[in-house]
Structure formats: C-alpha cells, structure tokens
Design a protein. Structure first.
Length: 307
C-alpha cells in the first residue's frame, strides 16, 4: 500500500486528560470533527484549550499495509514516537515494539524537560494510522511522573508545582518573596522554600510542624480571603491552592491584581460539582493569562499569569 504522509488539511488533534473528555469537547464545540477515545480532531489551527494533555499540531493519516510498513513509515518521518492506544491494542503494541524506546522514567525535579521531538500516533483502523510528529508535550501523552519525596511534603499537592515549573522552565529564585495562600498543610510552601524563596504562608489551619520550622518561612494564621494586600508588602509571586468556589477565587485574584503589587500568579481553580466553563473563560480573559490542566491536577485547572 502506498505511503501518504500529507498532514490533515486544517485539522488539529487534542488529547484530553484521562476522565475529562466532556470538558474538552465543550471547549472545542462545533469545531470537533472526529473523536477517537480521548483524542479529538477539530477543524482549524490549534486554539487555546485548557482541558488538553497533549496537542497534536500536525496530524496525518498513513495507510499501512502491515505492521512492518507502519514502522517503516513512522521511522521515515522521525525517530521518537509514543503510542496513544484506544483501539486495535494488540496490533498497536506490535508496531510500538519495533520503534525506538522512549524513556518514561520518573524525572528528578530540577532536571529540564526532554528537548527531543516526541511524536504521537494511534491506529484508527487496522490499515490506517494517525500520526503527528509535532506535539506540544515533551512527555508521553502529556503524562509526567517524578521521583517523589516521601519524607517531607505533607501531601502530594507539591507535584503540581513540580510539574508546572518543569513545563515552564521557570520558578521562584533565591531571595524572591512568595505568598502562599491556603498554605496548610504546607506542600507548596515546602517547594517554594526548597527553591530558596522567602515564603509567607497564610492559612487559618496550621502548617505541618516540620514545614513551619524551616527557615525563610513566615506563618500567618488568618484567612486568605480576609488578608489585606497592604499588610503583606511587596511580593514577587502569588500562589493559591485554596479549596473554594471558583467565583470566590476570581474575586480574590481581582483584588490582588488591583493592588498592583505582584507580577506572577499561580492559582488552582477547583471545580465543585459540574465544570464552570464560564468562570474558566473569565480567568482566561485576564491579560497575560494561561489556563492548563496539569497531569497532577484533578477536577481543576491551573491558572497562571506572568505580567
């Protein structure tokens, strides 16, 4: 069967995070043309979408005559490929076995994200393969894992910051001042302190004593929502992993933006019940904003703003 590696005309692939396909479909709306498991094909160039684990920028259909033919065609495009398997699992596995292995070892935090191009592919039918050599995530299907610290962090919430900082290639530096709203039990405060930042941790609930005893941490036992920006002074970063309704978080963010006292924001929007797409759009409309669903997020989005 002849090879055909021409890109799909005017189509982009969006891989939804596990369990959040409905959220992605709601974001893409009428642009959706096909759905293959969690992989959604939509008309047009790539658009901002929060509920996506990996973006397939250059999807192309490859007619294949055999397993060997599939391997040959993928290798002719580039070296590194990762399988997204949603159907024809055995045939897909036989193809994947003949492709170069892509390391999925847990990453040590502080190491940069992989730089080598990592393409994604899936079988649409026994004789048809969909492949995209250009994807946004440097990790297989957008799923990053770390060598975890099981000793100090009082919860696994710290992994969200590790993932975000790894993807951005940017994080607080020694001497910068960070405000951690809703800091208890202390996972995010611990990450920021370990990076060398000075941390003001605010929560009516106590920090884990081991975290509170670390240097460069100021504990303020009060409500994050009642905190007066003027009482804190200058900060370089504002962080919030507070459990609250998204509308209340938006009001808090707007108050701090009005204070014009901080340039970098990292906040978790936690949805309680159904996903509030309108509030997500309001966060996204703030100038300089970006919304994303991290692999370590649950039913929540991470909102960042770097002025």
């Amino acid at each position: 069967m002849p090879s055909s590696s021409a890109p799909e005309s005017g189509v982009t692939g969006y891989l939804a995070p596990e369990g959040y396909l409905p959220e992605l479909l709601a974001e893409l709306g009428d642009a959706v043309t096909e759905t293959h498991g969690r992989l959604v094909l939509a008309k047009g160039a790539s658009r901002p979408a929060a509920w996506v684990a990996n973006l397939w920028r250059d999807p192309r259909r490859l007619p294949i005559a055999s397993i060997g033919d599939a391997v040959r065609q993928l290798r002719a495009i580039q070296r590194n490929w990762v399988l997204y398997s949603h159907a024809h699992h055995r045939r897909s596995a036989l193809i994947a076995e003949q492709l170069p292995k892509v390391s999925a070892k847990p990453l040590v935090f502080g190491m940069p994200a992989p730089k080598a191009p990592l393409g994604s592919w899936t079988l649409l039918a026994a004789d048809t393969l969909l492949a995209s050599p250009d994807c946004t995530s440097p990790f297989p299907n957008g799923e990053v894992s770390f060598v975890e610290n099981h000793d100090m962090p009082p919860s696994r919430a710290y992994l969200k910051l590790w993932e975000l900082f790894t993807l951005l290639g940017e994080h607080p530096r020694p001497g910068e001042r960070c405000l951690d709203l809703g800091g208890s039990p202390g996972g995010w405060t611990w990450v920021l302190q370990q990076l060398g930042a000075d941390v003001v941790s605010v929560d009516k609930a106590p920090l884990d004593p081991r975290i509170a005893a670390l240097p460069r941490i100021e504990v303020r036992k009060e409500s994050a929502f009642a905190l007066d920006p003027a009482s804190v002074g200058g900060i370089d970063w504002l962080f919030s992993d507070v459990v609250c309704y998204p509308e209340r978080l938006l009001r808090l963010v707007e108050r701090w933006l009005a204070a014009a006292d901080c340039q970098r924001f990292v906040c978790t929007i936690k949805f309680q019940g159904s996903t509030d797409h309108e509030i997500a759009r309001r966060f996204a409309s703030i100038p300089g904003s970006r919304l994303l669903h991290l692999h370590h997020n649950k039913h929540e989005l991470t909102w960042i703003r770097f002025a």
